[in-house]
Design a protein around this ligand. Structure first.
Ligand SMILES: [Zn+2]
Length: 350
């Protein structure tokens, strides 16, 4: 997980990389904010940056990302696959149909939790996780056995990275007995170990734990209005024009541009374009005023007439398939090419 893939948290990302670059890394930190705002994703990106062998710094004066992990070094590669031996996850767990018994712990669900994260669920909620793993009752806890595992993990030196990192997701779900054990660990830290408590509500946390951690507040995401995204506007207008001409050379360079973007960006663009097409359809067929302005009057006037009830359904299907594919890490170049062909075919049926 690189910071560049976490939409809408550039300011927080810059703050986090500064902490690391200045060498002021506190051994216990609390990432406080909604998981949906990217708190867990930020914790993983933070751990990856901390252990990256070639941290990247950008000369970016315009409020962009100032630093990120390289994404290429052996450490980053393992972090991105969530297989780094110095990255440990703890999270609420409970008995499921497959995993039963009195001594269950997060250790029993490591594979499932990584699958959950890999399924683009870094912003998933606790309920999403329970659904994913099949916990029937929402009685997930971080248990005494988990606290013992955390203590043991943090007592060992980093195996291959510079820092051993323990991420405790939804740490407010720590059982009181476990919380006291974790507190002991916080009081006697080992060098080059780091515990990140990812928390949505600090009121439910033991105050003695809170006072021993450095708090990083993760701001709630504001929804960006698609209509003001100029980059997406330009990409969209260029794309639609190419679909009419079906100029393979320029279409394929457009597809390359999309391919080079992050998954999150690709998905956001697809959602933006799908909304733009829906807007055109409503304007053309239901006489509703348009909410979109593509910054190009000719396009604003002519494009909506291309979307009719004869093609809207097949266009929508094509977009849904593409979004589904991107969410499941399909090869982006193929996805955007296939979508282009389906769009081009549908536009002829107006
Ligand atoms: Zn790296």
């Amino acid at each position: 997980m690189q910071f560049k893939d976490i939409v809408g948290q550039t300011v927080t990302a810059n703050h986090l990389t500064e902490i690391i670059d200045s060498g002021r890394v506190s051994h216990a930190q609390m990432f406080l904010g909604d998981t949906a705002s990217g708190s867990l994703a930020l914790a993983i990106a933070y751990a990856q940056y901390l252990n990256c062998e070639h941290r990247q710094h950008y000369d970016n004066a315009e409020g962009g990302l100032r630093a990120d992990s390289c994404g290429e070094c052996p450490s980053c590669k393992k972090f991105q696959q969530l297989t780094h031996s110095d990255l440990h996850f703890y999270f609420p767990n409970a008995a499921t149909a497959d995993v039963k018994g009195s001594s269950i712990s997060a250790a029993d669900f490591q594979g499932e939790f990584r699958d959950f994260l890999n399924a683009n669920k870094q912003r998933g909620t606790l309920d999403d996780w329970y659904d994913f793993v099949g916990v029937e009752k929402s009685q997930g806890l971080i248990r005494e056995r988990d606290a013992d595992d955390i203590t043991r993990t943090l007592s060992l030196k980093a195996y291959e990275g510079a820092f051993k990192v323990v991420i405790v997701w939804m740490a407010e779900k720590v059982h009181p007995v476990a919380a006291n054990k974790i507190l002991k660990t916080l009081e006697e830290p080992n060098p080059n170990t780091l515990i990140l408590l990812v928390v949505e509500s600090s009121e439910k946390m033991l105050s003695t734990i809170v006072s021993r951690t450095q708090t990083v507040r993760i701001p709630r995401l504001k929804m960006e209005k698609p209509a003001v995204n100029e980059e997406f506007n330009t990409l969209y207008v260029t794309w639609m024009r190419q679909l009419f001409k079906l100029n393979m050379a320029s279409l394929s360079s457009w597809v390359d541009t999309m391919h080079s973007k992050s998954r999150e960006q690709q998905k956001r663009f697809l959602l933006f374009a799908q909304e733009a097409i829906r807007d055109s359809f409503l304007r053309n067929n239901a006489g509703l005023p348009s909410k979109m302005d593509f910054g190009d009057e000719k396009f604003n006037a002519s494009f909506p007439t291309m979307i009719t009830e004869r093609n809207i359904e097949s266009i929508n299907d094509a977009f849904n398939d593409a979004i589904y594919a991107i969410e499941r890490n399909a090869y982006a170049k193929m996805t955007f090419m296939e979508l282009s062909f389906r769009m081009s075919k549908a536009l002829k049926k107006r």
